[in-house]
Design a protein around this ligand. Structure first.
Ligand SMILES: [Zn+2]
Length: 267
């Protein structure tokens, strides 16, 4: 491998050049979507964390990935787009490099089996996208090889930089950037892997739940619909409130009466 000498360019200068480049792209009608990370944590939600955890468990990646963390945290991933089967990103280094990550779709048989195993256990799209489901569902989705997250054999990496080996820091930054993006838009994982997330939502009278403890989420939603909606706006922490509330034990008859009164009031 040959490493050419390159003049030192400060981070601030690189940032300025990248911003100009991105503004030019935006002007040409290319939607620009940088990865912005608030604080040190790259991914905070179930989907983002599960994406990063999945990559880190493979020894092929484990020793190369850490270089990408600093890069993604300091805003070097200036554009990241997730499409079916493919992620395209631009990373600001000595210049702006193009990174392409190809991810193959979930094999049909695998998807059918995930759906069958999760049948009846996820009540709504909101619950699914917020990662609010039983441990059983969580484990099924994260299963190595047979879950929703790709194994290295299903991932192809490419970067336009001259240091390109099997994984440069630009690619590593993009891989983490995908995790950060899934925090904001978890539905993109399903799009990327060419499956329909609605297939996972419970259909009445179909299948046996993987594991279901505590109050049914659908009931929680009906009991406290407004806070549920606000919870969605306010983020994960808030969204858990109605569930905790529903757990409070009340004498059976009284709870029934209260619900009936609520329904009446709504009409
Ligand atoms: Zn590179």
């Amino acid at each position: 491998m040959f490493y050419a000498w390159r003049p030192y360019v400060s981070v601030a200068e690189r940032r300025r050049q990248a911003a100009l480049e991105m503004a030019k792209l935006a002007k040409q009608g290319h939607p620009v979507s940088p990865v912005a990370i608030d604080g040190r944590t790259i991914a905070k939600t179930f989907w983002g964390k599960a994406w990063c955890d999945n990559l880190e468990r493979y020894s092929d990646y484990a020793n190369r990935l850490p270089r990408g963390r600093t890069y993604v945290r300091n805003g070097s991933v200036v554009d990241l787009q997730i499409a079916p089967g493919e992620i395209k990103a631009k990373v600001s280094g000595s210049e702006i490099y193009d990174v392409v990550v190809k991810v193959s779709e979930v094999p049909r048989a695998c998807w059918t089996s995930i759906c069958a195993d999760c049948a009846g256990a996820i009540d709504s799209l909101v619950e699914l996208l917020q990662g609010r489901f039983s441990k059983g569902v969580m484990e099924r989705i994260c299963q190595q090889k047979t879950g929703l997250f790709p194994v290295p054999a299903e991932i192809k990496l490419d970067c336009s930089c001259p240091d390109w080996a099997s994984m440069c820091k630009h690619v590593a930054a993009v891989l983490y950037g995908i995790g950060a993006r899934l925090d904001e838009r978890p539905e993109l994982l399903f799009k990327l892997r060419k499956v329909d997330e609605k297939d996972l939502i419970a259909k009445a009278g179909k299948g046996v739940p993987l594991s279901r403890k505590g109050p049914r989420a659908a009931k929680v939603l009906a009991d406290d619909g407004l806070s549920e909606l606000f919870g969605l706006d306010l983020g994960m922490g808030e969204a858990k409130k109605p569930r905790a509330k529903a757990k409070k034990k009340k004498p059976k008859g009284e709870a029934k009466k209260r619900r009936a009164a609520k329904r009446k009031a709504r009409r």
